[in-house]
Design a protein around this ligand. Structure first.
Ligand SMILES: [Fe+2]
Length: 292
């Protein structure tokens, strides 16, 4: 069956990939089309796959270099680059992160080099809800007034772990709580505000929400006002889509040209609860070896 790339929604944002089967050999040209689609369309989805953590890592490594996440306590055992996301809590123990990403953010923008893509594999999905909201940062940049484009081109943004809109680590709207050891590893990094996609070259607004805390050479209040203005622009309904998945689906969002936010789900006390969610997630950095 030939690999096909079709629009997932209206316009060029999002692509549905069909004719792909994780359990079969995929040729180099098809891999390039699949990974290239994530650079061009920002989000791709592959329905009905079978992926154990090792297979998921092999797929992820086509998009970049898988990296262990700072939240070491939610790694899949034996696979430090596979992170569990879940709303299941049994005997007081969380199965994965469930409260950390309900706000607009860019995965691993708080690192240097930053994340390149996030790959999610759905093992359990709730009967309803639980979609990831994704926003198109190519379109958000393209549609800025020329004066704003001029003002922000060349600006450099300070990022570190956290959500600038909610710094209370016990709040559900803040970034996931770090252990004291993890807090010691947090550092400041810098990324361009208008950042050309590392492979596709197209300009996108980068990291305007979440881990961005300041702009180099600009007073803090002015910088936050500007970041907030850009965030309000970039998360308008016309740039936002709901990325839904069922069990077996793999979704990839390219972090260079998207913002995303999880939809909150209430905790459940059993993996058999119809509202239970369990996802495996891999973040990659650097360039895809197919485009290096
Ligand atoms: Fe995220």
């Amino acid at each position: 069956m030939a690999l096909e790339v079709r629009p997932m929604w209206e316009g060029s944002f999002g692509a549905e990939i069909s004719g792909f089967d994780m359990t079969r050999e995929t040729g180099q040209e098809d891999w390039r089309r699949l990974v290239g689609a994530s650079h061009t369309h920002g989000v791709i989805r592959l329905r009905g796959q079978k992926a154990d953590p090792a297979a998921l890592l092999r797929l992820a490594s086509r998009f970049g270099t898988p990296v262990p996440h700072i939240l070491t306590h939610f790694h899949v055992e034996g696979h430090s680059a596979v992170l569990k996301l879940s709303n299941i809590v049994t005997d007081g123990k969380q199965w994965g992160i469930y409260d950390g990403a309900n706000y607009w953010h860019t995965d691993m923008a708080f690192e240097d080099p930053p994340g390149a893509a996030t790959i999610v594999y759905a093992l359990k999905t709730p009967r309803q809800g639980g979609a990831t909201r994704v926003a198109d940062m190519y379109a958000a940049y393209d549609e800025l007034p020329d004066a704003m484009k001029k003002r922000i081109d060349g600006l450099v943004v300070l990022h570190h772990y956290g959500n600038r809109d909610d710094l209370d680590e016990n709040s559900t709207g803040s970034a996931s709580k770090l252990t004291d050891e993890q807090k010691k590893q947090v550092r400041n990094v810098f990324h361009r505000l208008v950042r050309p996609h590392p492979v596709a070259g197209r300009k996108a607004l980068y990291g305007v929400s979440g881990s961005s805390f300041g702009i180099v050479g600009m007073p803090d209040d002015e910088a936050i006002d500007l970041l907030n203005e850009l965030k309000a622009h970039a998360t308008q309904e016309r740039y936002v889509r709901e990325l839904e998945y069922g069990p077996g689906d793999i979704a990839v969002w390219d972090t260079s040209c998207t913002l995303h936010a999880a939809t909150p789900l209430a905790p459940v006390d059993s993996p058999d609860d119809p509202m239970a969610r369990l996802l495996h997630r891999v973040s990659v950095k650097g360039r895809s070896p197919l485009f290096s």
